[in-house]
Write a protein that binds this ligand. Sequence first.
Ligand SMILES: [Zn+2]
Length: 442
Amino acid sequence: MMVAEKKHADIIIKGGAVVTMDDDLTIIEDGAIAIQGMEIAAIGIQSEIEAIYNGTQVIDADGQVVVPGLVNTHSHLAMTILRGIADDMKLEPWLEKIWKVEGEFATPENCRLGTQLALIEHIKGGATTTTDMYWHIEVTNDVAIEMGFRLVNGPIFIDFVGPDGVDPAQREKVARDFFETYEENPLVHPSVLAHSTYTVPDHLLRLCGELAQEFGAIFITHASESKGELEIVQKRYGKTAIEHLDALGLLTPHTLLAHCVHLRDDEIALLAERHTKVAHCPESNLKLGSGIARVPDMLRAGVTVGLGTDGAASNNDLNMWGEMRTAALIQKGISFNPTSLPASQAFRMATIEGAKALGLDHLIGSLEVGKRADIAIVDFQRTHLIPFYDYYSHLVYAVDRSDVRDVIINGQVVMRDRELTTIDDIAVLDQAREIREKIMQI
Ligand SMILES: [Zn+2]
């Protein structure tokens, strides 16, 4: 009898339940995944995959739950260095305080350190993709590439000389250079960033839209975050932020709006009609007293909503598990309705819906053949997870980020048995302790 030679896989994850987050929300008990290069080559029942594949590296996931890496759709990474520096303040005075400190601290060296801290926190918490909006983007990109982390990043537009020393008139050139440099990079996905309608003038907002279209990038901005913002924009333009963006032609399927806390019914309908995406940041919105976004109404209207942590100075952690849980709980509390935003929906928002919000669902957000191998393995053998009855219930209401055991991004193991493989995290923490003294002097 001929025995067919087995195919080669770089990594095989075997055993455990695979929560795929595909269109049918398929869960494979005793599953296995074969990874070849950057991609998932096969996924199925363990015995079937093992009959076909030999793995160079085999990760035993027996008793674990294998999920898509979590997708953070909104953050300001290097702000980890400013965590806890300005708490219990409203958005406007908070921004004033933060911008003052940033003016001095946002050097390339500090942004490098802050981004390293942020990505270590992301990996340890099972997140495999994040979205940045900050200064010195080339430094952030370098850190992400060195650490093997997937990053949505791009040139930022603002109407003053930023801490990166770039004049508003130079920003288009910086943007074009960025798109050319990172065009082929498998880990850096392009976006065009504008802080908001109240900090960026129309001609720069229009330019953002044009560049996003020319380079196939998503356009990201903050919108309708607080009542204070609404008042400023209304006074200046006689419109809401959503109406103003629409008048500029910036509500497109390739636009991602962070927050969207204060929306009227007709604005929700408009976002749905334009297929514009939303990054929901429940903890930042709660902490800054901005309000609670109408997520169930947006979902009912057909708006794609992902989850974001926002920066560590307004959250104050970069924990997507906490974000999921908060997102689900606050809707139940505010509506007196426990069926509002069920666990499976919250988990979708942290995975496949987040990927859709970033225009990356053809690559990430679910575990399917041909997609990038961005995977987190969660230890379901811990006290607070035994016994279990429903995967989504545990994943949203009971799992803690320290339950994440292994993380793979783009086919590379970046955390194995809770040990990081692409960065010396102890050295980064030492540097972070030292920087405190300097920041305190500002
Ligand atoms: Zn933000």
